[in-house]
Design a protein around this ligand. Structure first.
Ligand SMILES: O=P(O)(O)OC[C@H]1O[C@](O)(CO)[C@@H](O)[C@@H]1O
Ligand SMILES: [Mn+2]
Length: 442
């Protein structure tokens, strides 16, 4: 690791009254209750698909989840996983390491361990409760909510697809300056698309209702760090050197946010700012709204099938990109492990090496920001690159609306002024950052 000096402590529910504390106490247990309800509501579907065995599986999964909710609420020790999957051993080893950093007589538990660890662990345990009941192990407990949020954002999706087609129609005639202007707009659209996650609202529907392009000017003052020019420089420098670069997008939420990511990806290719886009998604249902391979394919299919001319035109193009390999989708298991990203080169060298081949990596969303910065109590003014602690496979940029109380790279006094003006600025999703770091700056 590049930085071996002291790092701040992890955010944790052990800090009473902190955002982590309220999340573990309230939001996570509400999410578990909703999961239990969802599984129960699907009882008939399980019966139709698997007969009595399906109903038995439903009952057993619910009983495991109720036990889990009770353990969470009463701050019981976290337990080893027993579902014998490819990542089970990795999770259990991680727990042993968590044990090692505690005082001799303490064990990792919901309210004592790092928030990042226990929150990821909850989603992994949900998957375990299904894995242990094979007939229903592929059931995505969040699918309904994700699909609903896509349909509820229809008008905004139509608006952005229509806008996109108007830009693409004239793209060959656009000057570099105009391409830059469009690029900045679409980068902001995908940034604000991150408002639409379902986990901060404990699964309650959040959709985009109005035209995303029209709101950009109003939202601009809420972008606390805006390094979009540095992102542009990386793209334009590599493409003018003769080889449009490979861009990687580490996706966050399905629904409207995913559509905005696909719109940006399409624009980067059409404007020849990129030659390929590598998407990264989740291997299992995660943090309620995160994108799995199934969500990715489903979304493209829905956009293609739309009755709206410009929407379906977008979908047709995206399908083509997937078919000819211009777009790829990878769901490496590392994205659903609890590690901070600075561990990646050691824990998942294959993924790290792959990311090193990229010219630019865009990290979407709040959870990715927490993993980039290790979800620690950093001072607001600590440089982003310092908080990355050596994680720099390629130039990278975080596009994130603030939904957790970790923020670095602010100007002196900026955080304090925000706290005075709006005490919930770090968690209410109103503010955002476009934060860039490049190996050249090291
Ligand atoms: O979808 P995003 O942007 O990663 O947001 C999810 C965020 O919501 C929360 O689940 C709220 O607790 C955070 O833990 C997490 O960072
Ligand atoms: Mn998410």
């Amino acid at each position: 690791m590049a930085y071996e000096d002291v790092v701040p402590v992890s955010l944790s529910a052990k800090f009473q009254g902190s955002f982590a504390y309220f999340t573990v106490r309230d939001r996570m247990s509400t999410i578990l209750t909703k999961i239990i309800d969802t599984i129960h509501r699907n009882k008939n579907k399980f019966f139709e698909e698997h007969g009595e065995e399906g109903v038995e599986a439903e009952k057993r999964a619910i009983s495991l989840l109720s036990k889990l909710r009770n353990e969470l609420q009463t701050d019981k020790p976290v337990l080893v996983l027993s579902d014998d999957q490819q990542d089970t051993e990795e999770w259990n080893q991680y727990m042993v390491r968590q044990q090692a950093v505690l005082d001799g007589n303490e064990v990792p538990s919901w309210f004592k361990s790092p928030w990042l660890y226990v929150e990821c662990y909850m989603y992994r345990k949900v998957q375990e409760s299904l894995n242990l009941n094979p007939p229903i192990c592929n059931f995505d407990v969040f699918e309904e909510a994700k699909n609903k949020s896509f349909f509820e954002s229809q008008l905004a999706i139509i608006a952005i697809c229509t806008y996109q087609q108007s830009v693409l129609n004239k793209i060959e005639d656009l000057s570099e300056e105009h391409i830059l202007e469009q690029f900045l707009k679409l980068l902001q659209v995908t940034l604000w698309g991150n408002k639409c996650d379902l986990s901060i609202s404990a699964g309650k529907a959040i959709s985009q209702q109005c035209s995303p392009i029209d709101s950009l000017e109003v939202l601009k003052p809420y972008i606390l760090v805006d390094d979009s020019r540095s992102v542009w420089s990386v793209l334009i420098n590599s493409s003018s050197a003769g080889s449009p670069p490979r861009v990687d997008i580490v996706l966050d939420n399905a629904g409207f946010e995913l559509v905005t990511d696909l719109i940006l990806a399409d624009f980067l290719l059409s404007s020849r700012l990129a030659s390929t886009i590598h998407f990264h998604g989740k291997y299992m249902p995660w943090f309620v709204s995160d994108t799995t391979k199934k969500d990715f394919e489903w979304t493209i299919k829905q956009v293609l099938r739309s009755n709206h001319k410009y929407m379906s035109k977008c979908g047709a193009q995206w399908k083509k990109y997937c078919k000819d390999g211009t777009w790829t989708f990878d769901d490496h298991k590392y994205w659903t492990l609890p590690h901070e990203f600075c561990d990646m080169s050691q824990v998942a060298p294959d993924l790290y090496n792959d990311l090193q081949k990229s010219s630019l990596i865009l990290f979407k969303g709040d959870l990715n920001y927490r993993k980039l910065t290790g979800d620690r109590k950093w001072d607001y003014t600590v440089p982003f690159q310092r908080a990355l602690r050596g994680f720099q496979p390629a130039p990278l940029c975080s596009l994130r609306t603030l939904k957790a109380d970790v923020q670095v790279g602010l100007k002196p006094g900026q955080g304090e002024n925000l706290s005075a003006a709006d005490s919930n600025w770090m968690t209410n999703g109103k503010y955002a950052v476009i934060q860039f770091s490049s190996p050249c700056k090291q």
